[in-house]
Write a protein that binds this ligand. Structure first.
Ligand code: IMP
Ligand code: MG
Length: 189
């Protein structure tokens, strides 16, 4: 196997914003709150691939009630660090959500374009309710308003990677959330 480089993904990180321990403690809190709110309901966690994957995996295990999972994959056109307004569904839900209680589990709310589109798409299928759980919120960046029902952390207007979030499909496997060194941008992959 060819070595792409001698470094590990963590070597490209300038600053850690949230440690694995801080994330784990917050996810536990969110799961407890969600379990309390959804006990006795027919809840489906709808997660958006691929960034929300680690969050979903930890959140569902912190939520001790019966629940189902489903997935959407969307693409938004734009550069690798900026979303444009145009959103497209790449993979739709596997099961009907009509009459069920949907909790959208997402990694980050930035401009709000992606979630506004997703939530409208879900409402069209007549679920009993749709609520939103996001791990990270960048309020300074909001273009389309969104109501967050469960929020992990508000973070400053910085491009972050790790715990599912990528830059050019890399760094999703970092166990923490951090900011990359400036020289990483523009480096050939
Ligand atoms: P929005 O449509 O602008 O709210 O952006 C939502 C999507 O953009 C997220 O689901 C992420 O995939 C991506 N995104 C936004 N901010 C960041 C970031 O700081 N790091 C990595 N991905 C981000
Ligand atoms: Mg995402």
């Amino acid at each position: 196997m060819h070595a792409l480089s001698a470094t590990t993904p963590a070597d490209d990180v300038a600053e850690i914003l949230l440690t694995a321990e801080e994330i784990a403690a917050k996810v536990k809190e969110l799961g407890t709150e969600i379990a309390r709110d959804y006990r006795g309901k027919d809840v489906v966690f709808v997660s958006i691939l691929k960034g929300a994957l680690p969050f979903l995996a930890d959140l569902m295990r912190a939520t001790p009630i019966p629940l189902a999972l489903d997935f959407l994959e969307v693409s938004s056109y734009g550069s690798s660090t900026e979303t444009s307004g145009a959103v497209r569904i790449l993979k739709d839900l596997a099961n009907p959500i009509e009459g069920r209680d949907v909790l959208v589990v997402e990694d980050i709310l930035d401009t709000g374009h992606t979630l506004a589109y997703v939530i409208e798409h879900l409402h069209a299928q007549r679920p009993a309710s749709v609520r939103l759980c996001v791990l990270l919120d960048k309020p300074a960046r909001r273009v389309i308003p969104a109501r967050i029902d469960y929020r992990g952390f508000a973070i400053p207007d910085k491009f972050v990677v790790g715990y599912g979030l990528d830059y050019a499909e890399r760094y999703r496997n970092l166990p923490f959330v951090g900011v990359l060194k400036p020289e990483v941008y523009g480096r050939a992959p």
